[in-house]
Design a binder for this molecule. Structure first.
Ligand code: Y12
Ligand code: CO
Length: 169
């Protein structure tokens, strides 16, 4: 059992910072990835980015759980670079850093992601649908963007008021 990491909550200013690339694919990185995985599972999330656990590096993980017949798979993305976005998809997003709020966000339907695995090996993934949404949501965290920032000004204001009123544990 790995250690549970503390998840920062919006609007913590640390969530608004831009993260730096990973240069060492060592034991320390592997430990963080394992602890992030445990934290995501315990919190019942489907994605988690390193800055959400106060580590400003370009790392995120995704596990969508069982998806229509496809077996469960945990993805680890390090130093991701998004390209070739196509189409539009609207999805009701939530975030472990924004408990108690879900809102519809428009993203690209298909994306290509170049990234490295935990050993530094270069990899490429063509994703669509929910996986593409999750990748864009998590990649935003690496640039200091939370889904609330992607809402229209009116919806964002309402969302912020709702969050400010709510008591978080
Ligand atoms: C699609 C959209 C967003 C992502 C990013 C990863 N998001 C999550 O892991 C969301 C977790 C989440 C958890 C919630 O709390 C519970 O279910 C107990 C939740 O519910 C409320 O806050 C009311 C919402 C989201 C990936 C793919
Ligand atoms: Co998030």
């Amino acid at each position: 059992m790995e250690r549970m990491l503390k998840i920062l909550h919006y609007p913590d200013p640390r969530l608004a910072e831009v993260s730096v690339p990973v240069t060492k694919f060592d034991q320390k990185l592997h430990k963080l990835l394992d602890e992030m995985t445990e934290t995501m599972y315990v919190a019942d999330g489907i994605g988690l980015a390193a800055p959400q656990v106060d580590e400003r590096i370009r790392v995120f993980i995704i596990d969508l759980g069982d998806q229509e017949g496809q077996p469960k798979k945990k993805w680890e993305f390090i130093n991701p670079k998004l390209s070739n976005g196509e189409g539009k998809i609207v999805f009701e997003e939530g975030c472990l850093s924004v408990p108690g709020l879900t809102e519809e966000v428009t993203r690209k339907e298909r994306v290509t992601l170049n990234y490295q695995d935990r050993f530094g090996k270069a990899r490429k993934l063509e994703a669509e649908g929910l996986l593409a949404v999750a990748i864009q949501h998590e990649n935003d965290h690496l640039d200091g963007i939370v889904f609330v920032d992607r809402l229209s000004p009116i919806k964002r204001r309402l969302a912020k008021r709702k969050l400010a009123k709510q008591v978080t544990l």
